[in-house]
Design a protein. Structure first.
Length: 231
């Protein structure tokens, strides 16, 4: 694994199966989650067929989706939408509301991997200063946001939501600009979507991602509360 270290609680990520599955089961204690993120592994519970149960699964897909600062761009239509907006952007002020929004917005109620135990686990990481959020509000009402996990100079973006169109996209724009100003070097978005592709996201081989993660996690970066964004 080159400069990569071996996880304490998991198999090596390069031993994942073809779909990126590393392990099934386990617990969402902070030391386990930190070990996972430090080694390019993330939890994503999956449903069991013909039951309502969710099983905790751990993943390290190949390829891995990332956002590079130099490739990131704001789609033209979004620029037009955001011009003149009076929405307010903040960071780490409403973390629990953001993750709850990510689990409940739209049609996600009863149809999401963000289970109550996941919410509890990430709120615990937030209290430890490891998990962070960016919030978008309109006249004090939360209308969108995004949250993720910071390990050194790596930020793993987990999920985002909106109650008003464009709010989650603004949260992403503000997050990327905030990470850049804070000295982060690696932004993990785990798996590619058409939506993220429109912002310039790209896939890279897992081995390259793990090599970059090994460097980034030893770096020092700051996720402060003073967040600004610009078009």
């Amino acid at each position: 694994m080159g400069s990569q270290s071996v996880p304490r609680y998991f198999p090596r990520p390069d031993e994942a199966d073809a779909e990126g599955l590393v392990a099934v089961g386990g617990i969402l204690e902070p030391e386990v989650l930190l070990d996972a993120y430090q080694h390019g592994i993330f939890p994503w519970p999956v449903g069991v067929e013909e039951t309502d149960e969710m099983v905790l699964a751990w993943w390290s897909p190949d390829p891995r989706a990332v956002i590079e600062f130099d490739d990131f761009h704001i789609p033209r239509r979004l620029r037009s939408t955001l011009k003149g907006t009076r929405w307010e952007v903040s960071a780490d002020e409403r973390f629990e509301e953001v993750i709850e929004g990510c689990s409940q917005a739209g049609d996600r109620v009863g149809n999401t991997w963000i289970t109550p135990s996941m919410v509890e686990a990430y709120c615990r990481l937030h209290r430890m200063g490891v998990a962070h959020s960016v919030e978008v509000s309109a006249r004090g009402r939360l209308i969108g946001g995004i949250y993720g996990v910071a390990i050194g100079g790596m930020f793993a973006a987990e999920s985002m939501f909106f109650y008003e169109s464009g709010a989650s996209k603004l949260a992403l724009v503000a997050l990327i600009q905030h990470l850049r100003s804070g000295g982060f070097s690696l932004i993990d978005i785990q798996q590619m979507t058409t939506h993220l592709l429109s912002f310039g996201a790209k896939d890279i081989p897992r081995d390259l991602f793990l090599d970059r993660l090994a460097i980034a996690r030893a770096e020092t970066a700051l996720f402060g509360r003073d967040v600004h964004w610009r078009l």
